[in-house]
Design a protein around this ligand. Structure first.
Ligand SMILES: [Zn+2]
Length: 223
């Protein structure tokens, strides 16, 4: 920076404190300028408990979020056991999206192990829970598209709370997802209406279709 040889001239000696002051101000500003775009471009790290929530979050979050899913497609949330790698991933996240209704019995243990202190979004919040045949709270609420819409709205509102700058985009993408879900629901109703009501049955080994049955008039055949 300022060299000692420059001080041989009287005017530069006088200018030196000014230059120092200017540098002292400019350096933090330069650091800020350097940091700001990186911070703004960095997608929000989000962890979703299972793949359906991960898919909904990716649809609503778009480029503003980087979604990691703990239990992938085909995995079983009921018997899932979090790994140290999962705790590490959650520790680095700013948002954790879970279903709620008792689906993630391991959730409190994991958030504690991860030291997670970000935003928690319970996707099923506000839904009227049904009971399973065994009399427990049925967590599979997303099987009713009306509840699915609620999931999208809860995810949208939670992402906006965590990342208010992206509000417009979250609203836009959520509106598109809600329209797509409504269209899908209409198509399913049309398709299922071709089957006589008394023959409209879901054959399943898992009591997960109560909400689906309420929405589409299907009975269940447990196997
Ligand atoms: Zn299940």
């Amino acid at each position: 920076m300022t060299t000692e040889t420059a001080s041989s001239r009287p005017e530069s000696t006088a200018a030196r404190p000014l230059r120092r002051a200017a540098f002292a101000i400019a350096l933090p500003l330069l650091l800020l300028l350097d940091a700001a775009p990186a911070g703004a471009d960095e997608p929000l790290p989000v962890v979703a408990s299972f793949s359906i929530l991960g898919d909904l979050t990716a649809a609503v979050g778009g480029d503003r979020v980087a979604v990691t899913t703990l239990v992938g497609p085909g995995g079983d949330v009921h018997v899932y056991a979090p790994t140290p790698a999962d705790a590490r991933r959650l520790g680095e996240a700013r948002v954790f999206i879970a279903n709620g209704l008792g689906f993630e019995g391991w959730m409190a243990r994991l958030t504690e192990a991860a030291g997670f202190d970000g935003h928690v979004i319970m996707a099923a919040e506000g839904i009227e829970p049904r009971l399973t045949d065994a009399g427990d709270t049925d967590p599979h609420a997303w099987q009713d598209p009306a509840n699915g819409a609620r999931y999208i709205e809860n995810i949208r509102d939670g992402l906006i709370a965590a990342d208010p700058t992206g509000a417009d985009g979250y609203h836009e993408r959520a509106a598109r997802s809600l329209a797509a879900l409504a269209a899908l629901s209409d198509r399913m109703r049309d398709t299922l209406s071709a089957i006589p009501p008394e023959r409209r049955k879901v054959v399943t080994s898992h009591d997960a279709f109560g909400y689906f049955g309420a929405a589409f008039g299907t009975g269940r055949v447990p196997v």
